[in-house]
Structures are given as C-alpha cells and as structure tokens.
Design a binder for this molecule. Structure first.
Ligand code: GAR
Length: 194
C-alpha cells in the first residue's frame, strides 16, 4: 500500500475504554515523515475515556451500539467504507469481530494483546500469569484472523513478573510497554507487509 501520490494510509482505531494505546498511535501519526493518518475512531462504549484523545485531536469518532452484533457490524462496515479506511488498529476493543469484517479487511487488522501470545489468549491475562507464578509476561501486536488472538505476530516484548506484583502493578508496567510497541509494530507492518 506504499502510496506513490504521497497520500497517507487511512487508519481507524477501535477502542472500548481508556485509550492509552490510541493516544500513542495518534502521537506516532503526528511524527514527521510517517505514512499514516488516523481519520476515525470507533468505540462500542459511549463513555469510553479514550474518546477524549479523538476529541482533543479533532479526529472523527463514532459510537457503535453493540446490543445487536450483526447490526453493529453492518454499521461498522458502512462507516469504514464511507471513510475510505484502509487499515484497522484494535486498541483495547473488547468485542470479537466476526468473519465478515475480518474477511473484508483480510491482513489489514492489527491488535494489541497483553500477553506473550500464543500463551494467555483471551481475558484476565495478568491474573492468570500471576496465579501461575510466571517469571515473565509481555505484550504482542499481531494480525487479526478468525481465531481469537491467533494471527501472525508482528512484535512482541517480554517483561519480568516481580515477586511483589499484583494485577494492578503488572498491568500498569506492561501498559507502558504496550504504548511503546504498538507504533513500532505499525511502522514495521507498513514497511514490510503493505
Ligand atoms: C490494553 O492492555 C490492551 O492490551 C488490552 O486492553 C487494554 C487497553 O488499554 N486489550 C485486550 O485485552 C484485548 N484482548 P488502553 O485502552 O489504555 O489502550
């Protein structure tokens, strides 16, 4: 997708909550010579704190009501199409996309997950890591395919689990690493896979 006309790749970021990964992707998009622009944010939660970063940066955002998943996804596909979105970044989006969207955006959806995939797929990763007394954990940016947290890994970063760690301290420390690797993974993906 390297663009000869100098136009940037249009990205939509999906969120459900706090939005620190959205913030770090926005900051990355503002750097000189980058090849992306975040033109849309989709949230399934009206009160997602992360929407603040969209507002602050004048990025268009849409709330999609997920009461009926099929209707929600029909709406999402329509909005993505209307906004000429070329790449999707899931950033704490706590809904599972169905095959319909994944097929339409095949190899064009990235996700960040708070574990060293393929280990600890799904929810409550930090709790399970601590309960299992793991020495290490980490985070992974990967492509989304139709199996949960199973697509091709783009970047992964490992951190130590400290003896004194609880879910809060571990997730806080790992989140900083997530915020660092997501832009790096996006850059790597764009330069190697598009
Ligand atoms: C992040 O820790 C991200 O890895 C996780 O949600 C958090 C969102 O934080 N995602 C998942 O668990 C997806 N399965 P943020 O809203 O501050 O970016």
């Amino acid at each position: 997708m390297e663009k000869l006309d100098g136009k940037k790749i249009k990205i939509c970021v999906f969120i459900s909550g706090r939005g620190t990964n959205l913030k770090s992707l926005i900051n990355f998009s503002k750097q000189k010579k980058n090849k992306i622009e975040i033109t849309l944010v989709i949230s399934n939660k009206r009160n997602a704190k992360g929407l603040y970063f969209a507002k602050k940066n004048n990025i268009k955002f849409t709330i999609v009501n997920y009461k009926n998943k099929k209707n929600a996804e029909t709406r999402i596909l329509k909005i993505l199409n209307q906004n000429h979105i070329e790449l999707i970044c899931l950033a704490g989006f706590m809904k599972i996309l169905s095959k319909r969207i994944i097929k339409k955006y095949k190899n064009k959806i990235l996700n960040i997950h708070p574990s060293l995939l393929p280990r600890y797929k799904g929810l409550n990763t930090h709790k399970r890591v601590i309960e299992n007394k793991e020495a290490f954990t980490g985070c992974t940016v990967h492509l989304v395919n139709s199996k949960l947290d199973s697509g091709k890994i783009i970047i992964q970063k490992k951190i130590k689990v400290l003896k004194k760690d609880n879910v809060k301290s571990l997730s806080k420390r790992l989140l900083k690493v997530e915020n660092q690797i997501y832009p790096k993974a996006l850059k790597k993906f764009i330069s190697t896979s598009l």
